[in-house]
Structure formats: structure tokens, C-alpha cells
Design a protein around this ligand. Structure first.
Ligand code: FAD
Ligand code: EPU
Length: 337
């Protein structure tokens, strides 16, 4: 295991931010990770990265970046209906989705084209187009960074919520996830309830979609809205969609009759943060090489001229203006480092 010194992290985060790390090292097995966790320099300060697609690196990192590269896709159990598959945390998420589609395993096709690695997927219970990771999740293995204890977490122990889990809250930065087991279906029960998927399938003239058809539809929708980090730096949705009380919603609707909303529970309503941000005039904003995406106001972008600090400041200004106009606090989805 080669420890590199004074490394630029530009190629290791999808915002393309050129901050420096004091050190960086890849690990490919649990044994390598356990060894690294005994190194005093690593013990002092470390950060696990997968694809770097959900982080805002706001300054140089005075510690060791641990790049998770644990590979492997293995069947654990199967019967005529289901298969339980173990994925190494360093496997790429989207390539794993495509692998499952090739095998005829359904369950994660709606999560096609989400950047990043398997190991970070439970961190925020990734979700898109009517499906969340929790719906296919069986368990995961993780290693405590301090004690080096290996622990298995079932679904309940992960405390999954909307863009949240115990690893983003109570156990933030305590464990390194090394593998994830998912339960996939051999007899596909496809989820095409999301309006945009139905419209895309109709547009393609597909009445009885296959798993791949759903994946292709999701890929097309995503490509039409979200910037490709290979061309424009970004980390997907920067904030979560806020949930407010019905009373608060009705007050806002008096002044904004077109406000979009989804009912989430009794007396609670989820509002698309992208709409709130657009209403505050931020959509498409360019502040000199960074700003807000022109097709999706929830996505902050680095067009080549942004620093982590500047994008952080922009995010605070957006939060402030949404609060001033709507009395809604936007919670960051991206992990600020
Ligand atoms: P990283 O950015 O490397 O890490 C994210 C966080 O997890 C960090 O705090 C890191 O320390 C921690 N972490 C990473 N790996 C581990 C590990 N093995 N063990 C413990 N902690 C770890 N997300 C969605 O939910 N839905 C979407 O539709 C979606 N669309 C996106 C579209 C674009 C264009 C982009 C750029 C991002 C999008 N995202 C979306 C966000 C992102 O892709 C996911 O959160 C993804 O799971 C992050 O994976 P990563 O490997 O890049 O994580
Ligand atoms: N909208 C606007 N203006 C905008 C953007 C959106 O008015 O600039 C409104 C529109 O009414 C639109 C609605 O917001 O219909 C919803 O927009 P979209 O379908 O693009 O979804 P989103 O709520 O902005 C969420 C997730 C995405 C996920 C998509 C699809 C969050 C924070 N974001 O976005 O996840 O891919 O739904 O399911 O929940 C991510 O987490 O990084 C991410 C990209």
C-alpha cells in the first residue's frame, strides 16, 4: 500500500475541486484497511472516500484520505424468487446496477446512473425515481475506525430515513462500510409509478417494460436534467427536499398557488427544494465559474472557477434567501468536509 503525499484531490471529487490532502492511500481488502487503521498517522485524522460524488471539500485536508477499492460481487443465497448478493464497498454503484440487469435481477434499476460506490449507498440511503436503497437492503459489514471491531448491521440497525442513516447521524465517521448485501428479485416486479418514468416509457412506445427498459428510461430522464460531473462539477442535489406542516404549506400557497408538493404523512408536506431555490432567483446563476445549474436549481455547479469555500458560501446564501422568503430551513444533503 503506497501512501502518496501532498496530493491534489481534483480527480477524487465530482465537484472537481482542487484541494490538497496531506496523504492518500487506497485499500483493496479488509486486511489492508485493518492494517491502515493501526497506523498512527491514519488514526490521527482520516476520511473515507468512494467516488467523491457527495462531498464538498471546502478546504485542504490535513489527514489521510482512505480510498475504498474493495471489489467483489458474490451470491450469498438464492431460491427461485430471490437472490441475496454481496457487493464489495469499492464496487461502482452504476456498474453494479448494470451487472444485476445483465443477470435478470430486479430491484435497483430505478437507481441507475447514480454516481459513486456501493459503500456510500447506505450512508444516505440513496434514492431516485420512487425507490430507495432500504427497499432492497439486507445487511452490511463495517469496521470501527477506532476499535477495529467488525460489525454487521441489519436494516433496523442502520436507522434509514430520507437521505439519512445512522452513518450520517449518530455514528458519523465511526465505521467504514466494507460490504453491502442486497436482496434482488428474479421475477421482476417493476416500479414504474413515478410519473416521469411512465411518460418516458410511453414516449418510447413500451407497454410491457423489461428491467433494462426501466433502467434506460431512468438514464434518459437523468441525462436530460442533471449535469454530468465529467463536464460540469457537481454533487447532485445539494440540499434535501424539506418537509413542512400542512398549515405552513397552505400559508405559502396563498401567495404562490403553483407551489409543487407531495403529501408525506398526516399533516406534512414535502416541497421540492429546487422550486424554492428557483423562486429566490438562483436558477442558472453564474458567479464567475461556479453557481447554480440552469436546468435544476437544486444542483450547485463548479464550471471550473469555483473553490470549495466559495461554493459553501453560495450554499449559505441560498439557505438564507429561502429562509427569508419562505421561512423554510434547507438542510444540506452533501457532506461538508
Ligand atoms: P463519497 O462522496 O465518496 O462519500 C460520501 C460520504 O460517505 C462521505 O462522508 C464519506 O466519508 C462517506 N463514505 C464513503 N464511502 C464510505 C464507506 N465505505 N464507509 C463509510 N463511509 C463512507 N444521490 C441519491 O441518493 N440519489 C440520486 O439520484 C443522486 N444523484 C446524483 C447525481 C449526480 C450527478 C451526482 C454527482 C450525485 C448524485 N447523488 C445522488 C449523490 C451521490 O451520488 C450518492 O450519495 C453516492 O452514494 C455517493 O457515493 P460516493 O462513493 O461518491 O460517496
Ligand atoms: N423544480 C423546480 N425548479 C427546479 C428544479 C425542480 O421548480 O429548478 C420542481 C419541479 O416542480 C419538479 C420538482 O421540483 O417537478 C422535482 O424535481 P426533480 O424531479 O428534478 O426531483 P428533485 O426533487 O429535485 C429528487 C432527488 C434526486 C433524485 C430525483 C428523482 C432529493 C434531494 N433529490 O430531486 O436525488 O434523483 O428526485 O427521484 O431528494 C440526489 O440526492 O443527489 C439526487 C439527485
Amino acid at each position: 500500500m503506497d501512501i502518496q503525499r501532498n496530493v491534489s484531490l481534483k480527480d477524487y471529487n465530482t465537484f472537481g475541486l482542487d484541494v490538497k490532502a496531506a496523504a492518500l492511500v487506497e485499500f483493496h481488502t479488509e486486511e489492508e484497511l485493518l492494517k491502515l487503521l493501526q497506523n498512527p498517522e491514519v488514526q490521527k485524522k482520516n476520511l473515507i472516500l468512494g467516488g467523491g460524488s457527495n462531498v464538498l471539500l471546502s478546504q485542504d485536508f490535513e489527514g489521510v484520505i482512505l480510498l475504498n477499492r474493495i471489489k467483489g460481487i458474490e451470491i450469498q443465497e438464492e431460491d427461485e424468487n430471490e437472490v441475496v448478493v454481496r457487493f464489495g464497498a469499492g464496487e461502482n454503484w452504476h456498474e453494479s446496477v448494470l451487472h444485476c440487469i445483465d443477470q435478470g435481477w430486479a430491484g435497483i434499476e430505478n437507481l441507475s446512473l447514480i454516481p459513486g460506490n456501493i459503500g456510500a449507498a447506505p450512508m444516505q440511503n440513496i434514492g431516485a425515481y420512487g425507490v430507495e436503497l432500504v427497499q432492497v437492503f439486507r445487511s452490511l459489514r463495517a469496521i470501527n475506525r477506532e476499535t477495529r471491531e467488525v460489525r454487521e448491521f441489519n436494516e433496523k440497525a442502520c436507522e434509514f430515513g430520507y437521505r439519512s442513516s445512522i452513518f450520517k447521524t449518530r455514528l458519523k465517521e465511526v465505521f467504514v462500510i466494507v460490504s453491502v448485501d442486497l436482496v434482488l428479485q428474479k421475477k421482476a416486479e417493476l416500479n414504474t409509478s413515478y410519473g416521469a418514468i411512465r411518460e418516458e416509457l410511453e414516449h418510447r412506445g413500451i407497454k410491457e417494460p423489461s428491467i433494462r427498459d426501466v433502467s434506460d428510461a431512468v438514464i434518459a430522464i437523468r441525462r436530460s436534467k442533471l449535469p454530468d460531473p465529467a463536464h460540469i462539477g457537481n454533487a447532485g442535489s445539494f440540499f434535501k427536499n424539506p418537509v413542512i406542516t400542512l398549515g405552513h404549506f397552505l400559508t405559502i400557497r396563498m401567495r404562490h398557488p403553483n407551489i409543487p408538493s407531495y403529501q408525506v404523512g398526516k399533516g406534512e408536506v414535502k416541497i421540492p427544494a429546487g422550486w424554492l431555490i428557483e423562486q429566490c432567483g438562483w436558477k442558472g446563476k453564474d458567479l464567475g465559474g461556479y453557481g447554480v445549474h440552469d436546468k435544476q436549481a437544486l444542483v450547485l455547479v463548479n464550471r471550473g472557477g469555483g473553490s470549495g469555500e466559495a461554493i459553501h458560501k453560495l450554499s449559505l446564501n441560498i439557505q438564507e434567501s429561502v429562509y427569508q422568503k419562505f421561512h423554510i430551513n434547507l438542510e444540506r444533503e452533501v457532506n461538508l468536509i
